[in-house]
Design a protein around this ligand. Structure first.
Ligand SMILES: Nc1nc2c(ncn2[C@@H]2O[C@H](COP(=O)(O)OP(=O)(O)OP(=O)(O)O)[C@@H](O)[C@H]2O)c(=O)[nH]1
Ligand SMILES: [Zn+2]
Length: 188
């Protein structure tokens, strides 16, 4: 089943009523429809298998580190349904010359981000998906993000950042490989 936009529209209409607004006033009349379209877009990752992007593979005799850094990430915190956003950095070391398209690494992150998420899960799902599809020597994923649920409400700590990492394979066993990746991510 895909996204039920009619149901989202009804729900948003009810939320507007429930907060004491008039859903029929001019500015709000099309809001349920707009929100439904937006949710369809921001939750589209629920209806795809992000791993499938990694089926695009090339043979290239490169068995050293590949890092795509500063990939913009926008996701929705599953506790409050407000955004968390920041950057993802993905590093992997191919095995037997099996590499994927660089954009595909960003597409995997995006596919998992477009769901109600936890930053930890987004990080580990991305790493696990790359391990499974590419069978590389190792994967390291770092995500740094600001959570709107911690800035505009609740504890109200704007500027605070949450950093999560997931390390697999050689990045786990070799401290020097892990350090090399972290320093490339941090300093370039
Ligand atoms: N581990 C983790 N926690 C998150 C993430 N996004 C939001 N949270 C936290 O989820 C927790 C939910 O806590 P609750 O006490 O159930 O919710 P709440 O009453 O709204 O909590 P406050 O945000 O502290 O006001 C909060 O501490 C959020 O900061 C995430 O990606 N990972
Ligand atoms: Zn939250």
């Amino acid at each position: 089943m895909g996204v039920d936009t009619d149901k989202i529209e009804q729900a948003v209409y009810m939320i507007l009523e429930a907060i004491g607004e008039d859903p029929e006033r001019e500015g709000l009349r099309d809001t349920p429809k707009r929100v439904a379209r937006m949710y369809k877009e921001v939750f589209s990752g629920l209806h795809e298998d992000p791993s499938s992007h990694l089926k695009v593979q090339f043979s290239e005799e490169h068995e050293e580190m590949v890092i795509v850094k500063d990939i913009p990430v926008y996701s929705m915190c599953e506790h409050h349904l407000v955004p968390f956003y920041g950057k993802a950095h993905v590093a992997y070391i191919p095995r037997k010359g099996k590499v994927t398209g660089l954009s595909k690494l960003a597409r995997v992150v995006e596919g998992y981000a477009k769901r109600p998420q936890l930053q930890e899960r987004l990080t580990s799902q991305t790493a696990d998906s790359i391990m499974k599809e590419l069978n590389p020597q190792g994967v390291l994923v770092v995500i740094e993000a600001e959570h709107m649920c911690m800035t505009m409400r609740g504890v109200k700590k704007p500027g605070s950042k949450t950093i999560t990492s997931a390390v697999r394979g050689i990045f786990k066993t070799s401290q020097s490989t892990r350090s090399e990746a972290f320093s490339l991510i941090e300093h370039h």
